[in-house]
Design a protein. Structure first.
Length: 259
């Protein structure tokens, strides 16, 4: 077995929404496989904390941060300029993880409210993938991983705009995978179910709601950020070099539950 197939040494990865939760776990996983990591998020203080913690665990790696709201196109372009100005301006991995949601009945959304969900969840991933394509294609093999959701594959109680944005992200994954295969860029996605993060903590703190979640989850527990991160990292590894256009559910069997 060639151990290099299971390493990311010398590669540079950009993780959006990287200051906490799943994003920070993804950054940690990629660092563990040898990559250097760029983190982008709105919370500058959270980014500083994340960077300090990651460098404490991986002092031999490089971790850089940029505060930006990827739901705003001007700030997306500023992020692009920052990435281009770093080192040789190359990039091996892009993880589109940033996301947001406000859950309510469909008729209760204001126009700005539901449109912002699309800007952050979908348009940011589409635009950053397009903007960073020239950097990714400087290498023989690069990877994009989009963090979707089971709500893009079936109905869950997230509200329609969130599910719609994630369904579109999954389709974008398939389209870009086919279009960019000849460029050496693999494009895949993961679709988590309930994962224990700060954003889900309030809902999961409701015992009745948690019972409903667990009853629909064959494995009988909520997932952890590290379990999503492991799937993302695998899709970035050379060992996954013949996988593109796929969406891996990280859901404890939720999508396979029938009756």
């Amino acid at each position: 077995m060639d151990p290099k197939r299971w390493r990311l040494d010398g590669q540079l990865a950009l993780v959006t929404g990287g200051s906490a939760g799943i994003g920070r776990a993804i950054a940690r996983e990629l660092l563990g496989f040898g990559a250097n990591v760029l983190l982008a998020a709105r919370d500058s203080a959270g980014l500083d904390t994340a960077r300090a913690e990651l460098l404490e665990d991986f002092p031999e790696r490089e971790v850089e941060c940029f505060a930006a709201d990827v739901g705003d196109d001007e700030q997306r372009r500023e992020l692009l300029d920052w990435v281009e100005d770093l080192g040789d301006g190359s990039l091996h991995i892009l993880v589109n993880n940033a996301g947001t949601n406000t859950s309510k009945p469909t008729t209760d959304y204001g126009d700005e409210e539901w449109r912002q969900i699309f800007e952050t969840n979908l348009f940011s991933a589409f635009e950053l993938s397009r903007y960073l394509h020239p950097l990714l294609t400087r290498h023989a093999a690069s990877s994009i991983v989009n963090v979707g959701s089971v709500s893009g594959l079936t109905h869950v109680r997230t509200g329609a705009p969130y599910g719609m944005s994630k369904a579109a992200m999954h389709q974008m994954t398939r389209n870009l995978a086919v279009e960019w295969a000849e460029d050496g860029v693999r494009v895949n996605a993961v679709a988590p179910w309930y994962i224990r993060t700060r954003r889900t903590s309030s809902k999961l703190a409701n015992p009745d709601y948690l019972d409903d979640v667990l009853l629909r989850t064959p494995m009988g527990r909520v997932g952890e950020p590290e379990e999503v991160a492991a799937a993302v990292a695998f899709l970035c590894l050379p060992a996954a070099g013949y996988i593109t256009g796929e969406c891996i559910a990280v859901d404890g069997g939720f999508l396979r539950y029938g009756f």
